[in-house]
Design a protein around this ligand. Structure first.
Ligand code: AKB
Length: 316
């Protein structure tokens, strides 16, 4: 029986992935950890413990004591926040991953998942339908840490046989946990402000198109990748996932269909520069061919569900 450790279970991806994995592997077999308290449904549905993954001794003790066989390492400082404290962000983003890869090698973990990002691309990358293999010259500290992380993942696979798998997530959109410190956060904030204020001031320009994905699709793809037979995984750095692409003007127009009085205004800040260095859309045929990734949510379907769910949440 697999025993799964989630590092970063209180965050945007971690809190939802923990619940999804508990459905597949059983509540008691998915150990949620973070340096901060997790949402009530994560704490109440199975084991949760405060754990700092940068502490390599605490991490190895946890893994051995609980007979962990798979680890999902989701803790990271995202693009916007990382620019405020670059060296600290580098330390957090890299040290946690390197601790884990080395531990995987030493104790022989069966599988490791680590998230990369569209942030590995930069100004010299083709921005439309960005291919799996292309120029990667990131301009942000977050992107540099993700690109270095991808190289380390591939290195540990090639050199030591560590079965590490990864996805370059686009911006993730969820009604359960709010995003924190990223460039794509506007696409979550906009729903809350649309419902509460009927207006939103966007920190990106109206035509700043970026690849995005509804969280349910991201969770399903992640589990699909981790369950795929190892022989199907041809990419050991990180897989492109396309999702859906839109700009602030398009999502605002979609929201207006449900809230006609909604208005968006634009006041671009430093994150506009980051957005301009990232792809507008992503090509993901390799992921589709290797392990059959698929998405269910397009912009209209996602917008409708986000508005319904956030309205429910805010009226509680
Ligand atoms: C961010 O905006 O920093 C993240 C990402 C695209 O990796 N959401």
């Amino acid at each position: 029986m697999d025993k799964i450790l989630i590092i970063g279970a209180s965050g945007q991806i971690g809190s939802e992935l923990t619940l999804a994995l508990r459905k597949v592997y059983g509540n008691e077999n998915v150990f949620a950890t973070d340096i901060k308290q997790a949402p009530a449904d994560v704490v109440e549905s199975g084991p949760f413990q405060i754990l700092d993954a940068l502490n390599d001794k605490a991490l190895i003790h946890f893994v051995i004591r609980n007979k962990i066989t798979q680890v999902y390492h989701l803790a990271a400082v995202l693009s916007g926040n990382a620019e405020k404290l670059p060296l600290q962000a580098w330390e957090i983003n890299m040290k946690g991953l390197l601790n884990l890869l080395d531990l995987a090698k030493e104790v022989g973990l069966k599988k490791v998942f680590w998230p990369s990002s569209i942030a590995v691309f930069g100004r010299t990358t083709p921005r439309v339908n960005t291919p799996q293999l292309t120029v990667t010259e990131p301009n942000t500290v977050y992107g540099i840490s993700k690109l270095a992380g991808e190289r380390w993942c591939e290195y540990y696979f090639n050199r030591y046989g560590v079965d590490v798998r990864s996805i370059r997530y686009p911006g993730l959109i969820s009604h359960k946990t709010e995003a924190g410190g990223g460039t794509t956060d506007y696409a979550v904030e906009i729903f809350y402000d649309a419902i509460k204020e009927k207006k939103y001031e966007c920190f990106l320009k109206e035509d700043a198109a970026l690849p995005m994905m509804f969280m349910d699709d991201a969770i399903n793809c992640t589990i699909q990748l981790m369950e795929a037979d190892a022989s199907k995984i041809s990419i050991r750095s990180s897989y492109n996932l396309g999702g859906i692409s839109f700009d602030p003007k398009e999502i605002a127009a979609e929201i207006k269909k449900h809230i006609p009085e909604f208005e968006i205004t634009y006041k671009p800040d430093f994150r506009q520069q980051i957005a301009e260095s990232w792809p507008k859309s992503i090509e993901d045929t390799v992921a589709r061919k290797d392990w059959g990734c698929e998405y269910v949510y397009d912009l209209p379907k996602m917008t409708k569900l986000m508005l319904e769910e956030i309205k429910k949440k805010l009226s509680k």
